[in-house]
Design a protein around this ligand. Structure first.
Ligand SMILES: [Zn+2]
Length: 411
């Protein structure tokens, strides 16, 4: 039997969700554990109950929905996240959660019984207000009591306090862990957040791999001298070291990277930061991504060598801290095959694609095989009110997701 999502219902869900955390600038402000984030989770639970589904949540405040009561048999987990970055869009995460909700409703309404139970999830803090993607890390059991005590946002607000405000106990996050084998497979639909599918006028992308990431904080240290009295030859100018390194990045990628490699210096602080003083110190971020861990290692080595050489030549001191290291992930070949066969049987225009952004699927891959479907982002825009996907592509993506899910749940 062929069933399809009720797209009008999905559209109206999206519109209701959009109003939660919507500000005058058109952006969505649903940062994890903010008032609007909690409202969105309550709204989702109400939607689940309204549809006759069983709603629940765990110690990490992840929200779950099921058709049947939870039991010990491994489930097919589906979902995404409801939190947003400040001034984000409504589709990043939200679309994946609502497509999961709509799929569950469809399956229930059509009285379809699947071999494996299906469970939907809206993960907590995917955007990492408090560091990592909290909800999926909790499920995969990779959070320690120490992480919980120290988790703090950019403004110095502690996770434990923000959770307590809403009646949650931070220590309960440790109870959210699922054992290996409890999740048979995980499927997530997400917007691409990049321009490839839109440019190529395709309806969906089937994700093959999710990028790995290395994030460094780098310092070059020289001397802060008078900008008028210090001759050029006698300076140890930290900024000139950064400038030279930035200029070398394209060569480093060319020689040591792949077509998928990217490196970004996104944040720079100069000290003392005055127009009439030679910058004696520069602190900057370096974000390197690739789909292959070996290439990431090579890129990291090449950057470190380049920085050392520049520092030596310019009499600067060079230090760096590793801020984060997330390994790249391959999506499950079996799940890719299921989605691909389904897309072909539905005459959907698709391509295989890699994800340049981090997703919950990446974390869940540590305890279960994962698959992802991308729908196009208009002009590649995301994390902004300009984020948009054509209705047609959303509907095609949602139906591909539903059909693939049914196959996964019966295999
Ligand atoms: Zn997202």
């Amino acid at each position: 039997m062929s069933i399809a999502v009720n797209f009008e219902r999905l559209k109206s869900d999206l519109e209701e969700l959009r109003r939660i955390g919507l500000a005058d600038d058109g952006g969505i402000y649903r940062q994890a554990f903010s008032e609007s984030d909690i409202l969105a989770r309550e709204w989702l639970k109400a939607k689940l109950s309204e549809a006759g589904l069983i709603a629940s949540s765990d110690g990490a405040a992840n929200v779950f929905g099921r058709i049947t009561k939870p039991d010990d048999s491994p489930c097919i987990l589906i979902g995404s996240h409801l939190d947003s970055v400040p001034c984000g869009g409504n589709l990043d995460g939200g679309l994946g959660v609502l497509v999961a909700l709509e799929s569950l409703r469809c399956i229930k309404e059509n009285n379809i019984e699947t071999k494996h139970p299906i469970e939907m999830v809206a993960f907590s803090d995917e955007e990492g207000r408090f560091g990592g993607p909290l909800g999926s890390l909790a499920l995969s059991g990779e959070i320690t009591p120490e992480d919980l005590v120290n988790a703090v946002d950019l403004y110095g607000n502690y996770l434990k306090d923000e959770m307590a405000l809403h009646g949650f106990d931070v220590n309960d996050i440790l109870h959210a862990r699922r054992n290996q084998g409890m999740i048979k497979a995980y499927l997530e639909l997400h917007i691409e957040q990049g321009p490839v599918l839109d440019k190529e006028k395709l309806n969906v992308g089937i994700v093959e791999g999710i990028t790995g990431l290395r994030k460094w904080n780098i310092r070059l240290i020289g001397n802060a001298d008078h900008a008028g009295t210090t001759p050029m030859k006698m300076r140890t100018d930290a900024f000139s070291g950064l400038a030279e390194f930035a200029g070398e990045i394209p060569r480093i990628i060319e020689e040591h990277g792949s077509d998928e490699s990217v490196a970004t210096i996104g944040k720079v602080d100069l000290f003392p930061g005055m127009a009439n003083t030679v910058p004696g110190q520069v602190e900057f971020s370096l974000d390197m991504r690739d789909i292959d861990n070996k290439i990431l290692d090579e890129l990291s080595d090449a950057c470190r060598r380049a920085l050392s050489a520049i520092a030596r030549r310019r009499m600067l001191m060079f230090e760096f801290d590793i801020i984060s290291e997330i390994d790249p992930v391959r999506c499950s070949k079996d799940i890719i095959d299921v989605i691909q066969d389904t897309a072909e049987s539905m005459d959907i225009m698709y391509r295989n694609i890699n994800s340049g952004a981090v997703h919950d699927a990446q974390i869940i891959s540590r305890i279960a095989p994962v698959g992802m479907i991308f729908v196009p982002s208009k002009d590649g825009r995301s994390h902004s009110p300009a984020e948009w996907t054509y209705w047609e592509d959303m509907e095609i993506g949602a139906n591909l997701y539903l059909q693939s899910l049914l196959k996964m749940a019966d295999s």
